[in-house]
Design a protein. Structure first.
Length: 596
């Protein structure tokens, strides 16, 4: 049966490829044989033969008749073979290197950011920016990477480090076990050049244990653990009423108790607003009279107590006193409902172990936010999920630190130097600062670098509402999206933000005259929603203001230099937590173990 035109064309293609391969191997081998033969003959006193590579490879005895058989064998057979193999190996290594680089570039996904697209986040630009933002570095000959910015990861497939500058504010949305602690929180804390604030709902095996010793080496570590997550000894106390001596300050303190108790969608109803107002008025009275915050619970238990009214009037807060009086003397059923709501919001203050952290303690140092923000100290704030009033105190303390940092920055000319890092891990569970989205618009310009870590976008919407979460998302200059995004709407939103790119479509057709190929262009999503959902662990998307979306390779702390020492320190700290927990549950056994 006669062959078709297309099969004949394919045969010619194969023959041509074989011919080209033979030339690619044979020509270098023949040239090497001619060169080596000439060198061998020249060293023996023979003549230099003109360039005849084919004869040198096939008939060397005709070119160098006086040469010995052994020398010709070595010069025109063995040496060319070895050198050709060496050249082939070198070419193969170069090809593999090229392929690996191409594979690395492929990891970034066609159409996503290259190093040129995110130049402002790379080392040279970040270092130059740090000099302009931090007066202490302006004339430094060399700037350490930790002093220039916060490492986020490497641009996928490259060695380019991607860093946040010290005027950026970040939101990270990363599911559990996607690297939010190991690749973001812990490395950021370890490299922080100034004071560090951390909120968390875990201790053992988490950022608390991994960074405790390292931060203790550069400053004091303050641990506020009212619910005994780390079973830490009470070595500090903090007065939440320090900032409540104005009506605005009292309102802010009350808002933390409100946010810790109800979601954003419920904070506008009558009982929530009224309960928050009563708390605010009583906080103000207690602060003005320099009383402990626990006195507020006594006043809530007895609405008829006139001491709050008298204190407010004595300090010229007559309008606030009138409002409080109106509530107290209002219809009993309404008054009782408002006071019961307020009692529920502040119920954690009834717990003596929790209250001890926020009331004066003999021989226990007081934590002062104003002093903290000018130090290299660390503050670890721990609270359980759904901690109610305990998480309210965590949020209030974190808020007081950030407000103290803002005030200090204004006194220092506009910015903190060195900057303060605030890692708000599990922010939607343990650090519900109601106006955090509004704070995002100016914290970065004050040298206060917040990184709010959430498990999902909807989690943020639940705490701050749709408008609040959208505002924080928009204000964040760096957004980090890790693996585990299972919200289809959010994944599609991210896919649209990554954008589209042109893709070549190759079509091949066969006819009697042979094979023809055509190329057309079409647009498709760079990263479809299903690809975002399937992001592998260790990868993340980085959305920076004014730049294309970049694919990152995360840098977990345990893969960095010094990881063994950190791991040992973390293990010791975790073991100490376990020992403290056992000692509380079985004190007699603990005493026996210590004696042994």
């Amino acid at each position: 049966m006669p062959s078709s035109p297309s099969s004949g064309s394919d045969g010619y293609d194969i023959a041509l490829k074989i011919l080209l391969a033979a030339v690619a191997v044979g020509l270098p081998a023949a040239s090497i044989a001619w060169l080596c033969g000439n060198i061998s003959a020249w060293t023996a006193g023979g003549p230099w033969v003109p360039y005849r590579p084919a004869d040198a490879l096939l008939h060397p005895e005709q070119l160098w008749p006086t040469a010995g058989e052994t020398s010709l064998l070595v010069a025109t057979r063995i040496a060319p073979a070895l050198l050709t193999l060496a050249l082939a190996a070198g070419a193969g290594a170069l090809w593999l290197r090229y392929k690996n680089r191409a594979a690395g570039r492929k990891k970034t996904v066609d159409g996503m950011a290259t190093a040129r697209d995110i130049q402002p986040l790379l080392a040279q630009a970040v270092e130059a920016k740090a000099r302009s933002l931090r007066p202490s570095l302006k004339h430094a000959k060399h700037i350490e990477p930790r002093d220039a910015g916060i490492l986020v990861g490497n641009l996928a497939g490259t060695r380019h480090e991607v860093r946040m500058g010290f005027e950026d504010v970040a939101v990270a949305i990363m599911a559990p076990r996607s690297g939010k602690t190991t690749s973001l929180a812990i490395p950021s804390i370890l490299a922080a050049p100034g004071p560090v604030l951390l909120t968390s709902n875990k201790a053992a095996g988490d950022a608390y244990t991994a960074t405790y010793d390292a931060r203790a080496a550069v400053g004091r570590v303050w641990s506020m653990d009212p619910q005994q997550i780390a079973h830490a000894a009470r070595e500090m106390w903090w007065n939440p009423l320090d900032g409540a001596k104005t009506l605005d300050g009292a309102n802010r303190l009350a808002s933390h108790f409100l946010a810790a108790s109800v979601d954003a969608s419920q904070q506008g109803d009558f009982w929530s607003k009224a309960g928050s107002n009563i708390l605010s008025q009583l906080f103000l009275a207690a602060a003005l009279d320099e009383r402990p915050i626990t006195d507020v619970m006594q006043w809530l238990a007895f609405p008829a107590d006139r001491r709050p009214l008298d204190i407010l009037r004595d300090h010229k807060f007559t309008a606030v006193a009138s409002q409080l009086k109106g509530t107290v003397e209002g219809p009993p059923e309404t008054r009782d409902g408002i006071y019961e709501t307020a009692r529920q919001y502040a119920s954690a203050l009834l717990n003596a172990e929790i209250a001890a952290w926020v009331t004066p303690q003999k021989d226990v140092p007081e934590f002062r936010p104003a002093a903290f923000v000018t130090s290299h100290d660390s503050l670890f704030l721990l609270s359980k999920d759904g901690g109610g009033g305990a998480s309210a105190l965590i949020a209030a303390c974190a808020d007081s630190v950030m407000r103290a940092a803002t005030a200090q920055a204004e006194r220092a000319g506009g910015r903190l130097d060195p900057p303060m890092l605030a890692i708000l891990d599990e922010a939607a569970n343990v650090c519900k600062i109601s106006d955090l989205p509004d704070l995002y618009s100016h914290l970065g310009s004050r040298g206060i670098i917040p990184i709010t870590i959430l498990q999902s976008y909807r989690q943020g919407q639940k705490v701050w509402g749709d408008a609040g979460m959208d505002a924080m998302w928009s204000a964040a200059t760096v957004k980090i999206i890790g693996s585990g995004i299972d919200d289809p709407d959010f994944a599609d939103k991210l896919s649209r933000m990554v954008g589209d790119h042109d893709v070549e479509t190759v079509s091949t057709s066969h006819s009697e005259s042979g094979k023809s190929t055509s190329v057309s262009m079409r647009q498709e999503r760079i990263l479809p929603a299903d690809a975002i959902r399937a992001l592998p662990k260790g990868s993340a998307l980085c959305l920076a203001t004014g730049m294309r979306v970049a694919m990152l390779t995360l840098r977990p702390w345990y893969a960095e230099p010094g990881a063994d020492e950190l791991a040992a320190a973390s293990a010791r700290a975790s073991k100490a937590i376990t020992a403290r927990a056992v000692a509380k549950q079985h004190p007699a056994q603990s005493d026996f173990d210590q004696a042994a």
